[in-house]
Design a protein around this ligand. Structure first.
Ligand code: UD1
Length: 388
C-alpha cells in the first residue's frame, strides 16, 4: 500500500490481535541458516523487512515457501556467502545474517549498512565480537570479508548492550568449539526468543534475558518448528493510539511481561490497564497527564516507543520531558510538524554524551512517526480537536 489516508476525529476502540515480533523474527529467520535444513516458522509478521530477509536467503541459495499461516525455510542448498549490497543497504538488520553465515559456513561478506535517519548506527561492536571469536576481518572499499577455519569459544565483553551485536555473537558462536560467554549482553525479550528458538534447534545457550549469556558450542543442529513471540512495540503502539483518542481497547495475543515500562508510563498518564498474561485492556481518561520519559536498554523504556509516546504526550495536560539515550537522531519526526498544521513547542538540549538528547514538550500537537504510527496518532487527535 503506497499511502494511508487517516480521517481523524474518532475514538480508536475494539479488539486487536497482536502480530508476531519483527525484531524477533529477523534474527530467527537469519538463524535458520545454522541447521542447513528445514525451519518452520509461525506468527512471522508479513512486512517489508521479513520479505527482504527472505529475498536475501533466496539469493544465497535458500528456499522459502509460504503455506497458510506458516513459513518454511530450507537452507541446505545455501552456497553463496555474500549479502547483496543493495539489499544490505535497504535493510540494516541484514547484518545479522553475517553471524549465522559465519556460525555455519565460516565465511561471510557484507557491506557497511550505513547510517539511517535515527542515527549513525555503527557495527564496530559486531566486528569486535567476531574478532574475539578468532574470525579474520578484511575491509576493502566498504566491503567487509569475514572468514576463519574454525571458531573457538571465547569471552566477549560488549562495550554497550547492543541488541544486534549480542545476536550476532550468539549466532556466530553456537556451533563453535568450546564455550562462549557474552558479558554486558543486551537483555531484550527478542534475545530470549532467539535463545529459545536455537535451543529448540539443538543449541546449548543459557542466560538470555540477563547480562551474561553462555553458549556451549554444538556440532550439529536439527530441523525445527517455532512460534515467534508477540510484538511488544505494536502492543505499545495500539495502547498509545487508544490513549491519544480517548478510546478503550482490548489487545489479545500479547506478552504483558515484555511491556512493563510501557504499562507503568501509561498508568502515570492516568490510563487504567487490566492485565492478564496474554491479554490487556486499556481504559483511557479524557485528559492525559504529562509525564517524563528516558529511553534505556531493556528493561528500561524502549527507544522504539519514544516517538509514539511523544505524539501522544503532545495532547497531555502540562509539560512532558523526554530523553533519548539510545539513538542520537531520533527526534527528526518533530521537524515536519507544520505540515500537520500544528504548533509544536519543544526545546532540545544536547548533553555531552552523544547518545543523550533531551527534549521538553510543551502542551501541543505534533506529527510523524515511529514512522506512520505517531503521525496517525497526532493526525487523529488533530481532527478530533478541530471538531471539538
Ligand atoms: C535493535 C532493534 C531496534 C531498536 C534497537 C534498540 C532490531 C532489528 N532492531 O536495533 O528496533 O531500536 O535494537 O533497542 O532488533 N551501537 C554501536 N556499535 C555497534 C552497534 C550498536 O555503537 O556495533 C550503538 C548504536 O549506534 C545505538 C546503540 O548502540 O546507539 C543501540 O544499538 P543496538 O542495540 O545495536 O540496536 P540495533 O540492534 O541496531
Amino acid at each position: 500500500m503506497a499511502q494511508y489516508i487517516i480521517k481523524g476525529g474518532k475514538r480508536a476502540e475494539g479488539e486487536v490481535t497482536i502480530s508476531g515480533s519483527k525484531n524477533a523474527a529477523l534474527p530467527i529467520i537469519a538463524a535458520s541458516i545454522l541447521n542447513a535444513g528445514k525451519t518452520t516458522l509461525y506468527n512471522v509478521p508479513n512486512i517489508h523487512d521479513t520479505q527482504m530477509m527472505f529475498e536475501i536467503l533466496k539469493k544465497l541459495g535458500g528456499k522459502v515457501t509460504k503455506k497458510n499461516n506458516k513459513i518454511i525455510i530450507e537452507t541446505n542448498q545455501i552456497n553463496k556467502y555474500e549479502i547483496p549490497e543493495d539489499l544490505m543497504r535497504q535493510m540494516r538488520s541484514s547484518v545479522i545474517l553475517a553471524g549465522a553465515l559465519l556460525g555455519k559456513r565460516r565465511t561471510a561478506t557484507f557491506s557497511y549498512p550505513g547510517g539511517c535517519d535515527i542515527g549513525t548506527r555503527p557495527i564496530d561492536l559486531h566486528l569486535k565480537a567476531f574478532e574475539k571469536l578468532g574470525i579474520n576481518i578484511e575491509q576493502n572499499y566498504g566491503k567487509i570479508a569475514c572468514s576463519c577455519d574454525k571458531i573457538i569459544g571465547k569471552k566477549i565483553d560488549l562495550d554497550f548492550p547492543s541488541v544486534g551485536a549480542t545476536e550476532n555473537a550468539i549466532l556466530a558462536s553456537c556451533m563453535a568449539e568450546g564455550k562462549t560467554i557474552i558479558t554486558n549482553a543486551a537483555r531484550e525479550p527478542e534475545i530470549v526468543d532467539l535463545q529459545n528458538f536455537l535451543n529448540k534447534m539443538g543449541a546449548k545457550i543459557k542466560g538470555a534475558g540477563a547480562n551474561t549469556i553462555e553458549i556451549e558450542g554444538v556440532k550439529t543442529l536439527k530441523d525445527v518448528s517455532y512460534n515467534i513471540m508477540p510484538d511488544r512495540i505494536e502492543t505499545g503502539t495500539f495502547l498509545c493510539i487508544a490513549a491519544a483518542t480517548n478510546g478503550n481497547m482490548i489487545l489479545k495475543d500479547v506478552d504483558t511481561e515484555h511491556i512493563t515500562p510501557i504499562i507503568h508510563k501509561l498508568e502515570e498518564t492516568g490510563c487504567k490497564l487490566n492485565i492478564e498474561k496474554r491479554k490487556i485492556e486499556i481504559q483511557t481518561p479524557k485528559k492525559l497527564k504529562a509525564i517524563d520519559i528516558k529511553t534505556m536498554p531493556y528493561p528500561g523504556f524502549p527507544t522504539d516507543m519514544q516517538s509514539i509516546f511523544v505524539s501522544m504526550l503532545t495532547i497531555a495536560k502540562g509539560t512532558s520531558v523526554v530523553v533519548e539515550n539510545i539513538f542520537e537522531n531520533r527526534y527528526k519526526f518533530t521537524r515536519r510538524t507544520s505540515k500537520n498544521g500544528s504548533k509544536n513547542k519543544y526545546r532540545r538540549k544536547n548533553s555531552n554524551n552523544k547518545r543523550c538528547t533531551k527534549a521538553i514538550w510543551h502542551k501541543c500537537k505534533s506529527n510523524r512517526p515511529k514512522r506512520g504510527s505517531s503521525f496517525s496518532i497526532s493526525r487523529n487527535y488533530g481532527k478530533r480537536n478541530n471538531n471539538n
